[in-house]
Design a binder for this molecule. Structure first.
Ligand SMILES: [Zn+2]
Length: 256
């Protein structure tokens, strides 16, 4: 029907463009400004950007990472998010193929990319993503895996577990171990992936968090009181669970 490689090429280009839009979300959501208006502007000089300044990756390379109008340097985050989103789109294609689940998991993955970047930079996880995300995940589960029962169980486990940890730690140490943004984010993950994979997400995020913390403390870039952007690790873990979770769990159970 299509020449070989056509779906991959189309999806890769689509991923670059979506990545460009995710950059806008990452830049504007923490500032609570509209993601639609005004059109793209240079954050330094506010000059409106031409279409040719907005081509994913290519514009960054052509302009050598500087604004065409004021020469202010453009954050590396822009091309990184575009290339990352492109790679994520291709990985999803190889795992899910042309199925309705592909569309759902791509939407979930886009939310994860935005949460990953915003939590890393600002240590917040905006409710405008996580709360509608819980509803969207549950709605999709009415028709697709993991099914409504497992989705509800995932929300209860994800939200309930982190809420209990946050509340318990607060009572014990009188410091906030994590914000309730993390609670809502894991509930959203449970809604999309279901009970089994939200448990896996939590285990993976703890492993990733542990390794990152050890590296940071060992290289003296942090001490034990440094707040780790847990949402960033949750996003990475949820992405792995969404793509390879079923295989990981099957492999783990087989080696038991
Ligand atoms: Zn500028």
């Amino acid at each position: 029907m299509f020449p070989p490689g056509f779906p991959e090429l189309a999806l890769a280009l689509c991923g670059l463009c979506v990545g460009s839009f995710l950059n806008v979300c990452i830049h504007r959501l923490p500032a609570r400004t509209s993601i639609v208006f005004p059109a793209s502007r240079c954050p330094a000089c506010a000059h409106a950007l031409a279409w040719s300044d907005n081509i994913p990756v290519a514009s960054y390379v052509a302009l050598r990472g500087r604004c065409r109008y004021c020469r202010a340097s453009i954050s590396m985050r822009y091309p990184i998010v575009e290339v990352l989103t492109c790679a994520i789109f291709l990985l999803h294609w190889y795992v899910f193929g042309p199925t309705p689940l592909l569309a759902v998991r791509l939407a979930f993955a886009c939310a994860l990319v935005v949460l990953f970047a915003i939590d890393l930079e600002h240590q917040i996880l905006p409710n405008v993503i996580t709360v509608p995300g819980i509803a969207a995940g549950l709605l999709c589960s009415l028709f697709l895996p993991p099914g409504p029962l497992m989705s509800v169980a995932g929300i209860a486990f994800g939200g309930g577990l982190l809420w209990a940890i946050a509340e318990g730690w607060y009572r014990l140490r009188k410091v906030e171990a994590m914000g309730f943004g993390d609670v809502k984010m894991l509930a959203m993950t449970g809604a999309f992936l279901g009970l089994k994979l939200v448990i896996l997400t939590f285990v993976l995020s703890s492993l990733i968090g542990g390794v990152v913390a050890i590296v940071l403390v060992a290289t003296r870039r942090a001490d034990m009181a440094t707040r780790v952007p847990f949402g960033t690790m949750l996003a990475a873990a949820a992405m792995v669970a969404s793509l390879y979770g079923d295989r990981l769990v099957a492999w783990y159970l087989a080696t038991m």
